[in-house]
Ligand binder design. Structure first.
Ligand code: ASP
Length: 318
């Protein structure tokens, strides 16, 4: 592989109701520091000539290990009070993909998803066999209580006191925090990864968009790499991630227009709430959302620019 392209990396730490009044300066500092550490981990890989796949894994792994995000440590609680983890990854060069759902014990689900890229017999594994397979492959395994945090427990207790319909309709009040990354490496290859605990108080066994290729995650060198966050049911119904790619490939839209349309028309018109990060083969980046905020950050070698954002919908990158 010869190096020719300038690298770019973009990450998110979830969308939802993130108001300036609710977010303390201390939390803002801690969350910003985690996003910066994640960006640095991914950028180090790209800077050394590593692949987009390794970069998105490195970036996501940092956030899976942080208590501030709803993925890995800090994942939300299901209706029965446990954590069921989901993740997916896609390689834009080969269109190979890996995904898992309902893992109880994999410390870093994104790393297990990555191992599935090497297989032709399976893309998506769910249930108890995920943990059995991961353990057999030597992944780092933990007890389900490892994922506990007091913040997510309080959210869960609040959700349990509401009716199931109320939780769904007003889910935006339960701050989310799914994580994802998209990258363009110096060989011109794109990759995307997403990891989550799902929705607070989700039905045990419910699988969201973050685990589904084409819904929460998609990558194709010809078009773009996408990672989504928001109420998964709407992202699944609108197949948001692959819609961005299809609008580019078959509709001739630019990355920015395709991503805007997928979020603000396809997803929002169904009643959804959330956003996405996306990158194309030229290193263009876009991060539209229709929720009140979305934790996100990017680094672009071409623009020689690095930034972390929570609000400020209007900023232009390209
Ligand atoms: N999309 C995730 C899900 O529905 C949640 C999120 O992005 O916060 O499981």
């Amino acid at each position: 592989m010869s190096k020719k392209t300038k690298y770019s990396l973009c990450i998110h730490g979830g969308a939802g109701v993130i108001t300036k009044e609710d977010l303390s300066n201390k939390d803002k500092r801690l969350i910003t520091a985690d996003l910066e550490a994640s960006l640095a981990a991914g950028e180090t890989v790209l800077n050394k000539g590593g692949t987009a796949i390794d970069a998105v894994c490195a970036a996501v792994e940092v956030l899976e290990n942080s208590i501030h995000f709803n993925a890995g440590k800090g994942a939300v609680y299901t209706r029965s009070g446990q954590h069921l983890l989901e993740a997916s990854i896609m390689d834009g060069a080969t269109l190979k993909a890996g995904a898992l759902a309902n893992s109880k014990r994999i410390k870093n689900p994104v790393l297990f998803a990555k191992t599935l890229l090497n297989r032709d017999d399976v893309v998506f594994v769910s249930g108890d066999s995920v943990d059995v397979l991961a353990e057999g492959l030597g992944h780092s395994m933990v007890e389900n209580t490892y994922f506990d945090t007091s913040f997510r427990k309080e959210q869960w207790e609040l959700a349990q006191s509401l009716s199931d319909d109320a939780i769904f309709l007003d889910h935006s009040n339960l701050k989310m925090g799914t994580i994802g990354a998209v990258a363009l490496d110096t060989y011109g290859n794109l990759a995307a990864a997403t990891s989550t605990g799902g929705m607070t108080n989700k039905l045990d066994g419910r699988i969201g968009d973050s685990a589904m290729i084409g819904c929460g995650t998609y990558a194709k060198n010809k078009t773009c790499a996408v990672s989504c966050t928001g109420i998964g049911e709407f992202f699944m119904r609108a197949t948001v991630a692959s819609t961005v790619s299809n609008l580019m490939e078959y509709g001739g839209l630019s990355l920015e227009k395709a991503a805007y349309q997928a979020i603000h028309e396809h997803q929002a018109k169904l009643g959804g709430d959330g956003g996405l990060i996306a990158i194309d083969a030229h290193g263009n980046i876009t991060m539209p959302y229709n929720s009140q905020g979305m934790y996100r950050a990017f680094v672009s070698e071409r623009l020689n620019k690095k930034s972390v954002f929570i609000w400020d919908k209007e900023e232009k990158l390209n």
